[in-house]
Design a protein around this ligand. Structure first.
Ligand code: ADP
Length: 251
């Protein structure tokens, strides 16, 4: 355990991802090296097509890597077979998606514990109660997703991601389908999970205000990491995004 404490939550080294071949060949990630520390909340930003989703998918074990290395904690993903990746995702990764991805026939409580149930793991009741209290859903546990607002559904999804105490949570545009108030609530939850529970969170977003919830913002362009900011304000992020856009138009 002590040794594990020295590892980052996730780390990519010279991570390259190429889709297709010949005329359809696309270098989606070009030797990306980036580390996400434990208990850190990082936002990933960049223009459409810059490789944000690909980076997240490769680092979360949802997609294979062409070359380089990617780790979750001490576990190397490169070379893993599909069933190994499935187990790794189940045991070490939490996901929050833009479209919530809850099962409509299950209650909120059942959705929250579903990944644990599938893994045959007994939920830690005390921890679950803590998580449910943190997301403010104690009086909505018997509701099905269709009976909940978008913001409440996303809070269920955050609770589901936290339930297994994963090594890292990857959130893909988690506020993209929410009004600004619900979005702010979800961002607050992610931030609290980092601050209070020491959870590690990586969030892809195109929204500078959402990104300013994170302690660190990593910028991608053309499949490369081109910059990063620590503890930035939304205005600082917006300035940086505008500068990249301007540079892109000139070149
Ligand atoms: P972003 O999330 O920043 O919008 P993506 O990671 O989705 O960027 O895409 C990066 C590049 O890889 C783009 O040029 C995109 O067209 C390409 N790409 C992504 N997924 C695939 C795929 N499954 N097949 C072929 N090309 C892909």
């Amino acid at each position: 355990m002590e040794e594990a404490a020295n590892h980052n939550a996730a780390r990519a080294t010279d991570l390259t991802k190429i889709y297709g071949q010949g005329e359809t060949r696309v270098v989606a990630l070009d030797k990306v090296s980036v580390a996400f520390g434990r208990g850190e909340f990082t936002a990933i930003m960049g223009p459409s097509g810059s490789g944000k989703s690909t980076l997240m998918h490769c680092m979360a074990g949802l997609d294979t890597i062409t070359s380089g290395s990617s780790r979750i904690g001490a576990t190397e993903l490169t070379g893993m077979k599909d069933d190994q990746l499935t187990r790794l995702r189940r045991d070490k990764v939490g996901f929050v998606f833009q479209a919530f991805h809850l099962l409509p026939t299950l209650t909120a409580a059942e959705n929250i514990t579903l990944p644990l149930d599938i893994a045959g793991r007994r939920p830690d009741r005390e921890w679950l109660d803590q998580v449910i209290a943190a997301v403010g859903l104690a009086d909505r546990l018997a509701h099905r997703p269709g009976q909940l607002s978008g913001g409440q559904q996303q809070r269920v999804a955050v609770a589901r991601a936290l339930a297994s105490r994963p090594e890292i949570i990857f959130a893909d545009e988690p506020t993209g389908n929410l009004d600004s108030r619900s979005g702010a609530e979800v961002l607050g939850l992610l931030r609290d999970s980092v601050r209070e529970f020491g959870q590690s969170v990586v969030m892809v977003t195109h929204d500078p205000v959402a990104a300013s919830s994170a302690g660190r913002v990593v910028f991608l362009a053309d499949g490369r990491v081109v910059d990063e900011l620590r503890a930035p304000t939304a205005d600082q992020i917006l300035d940086r995004v505008k500068a990249f856009d301007a540079a892109g138009r000139v070149s």
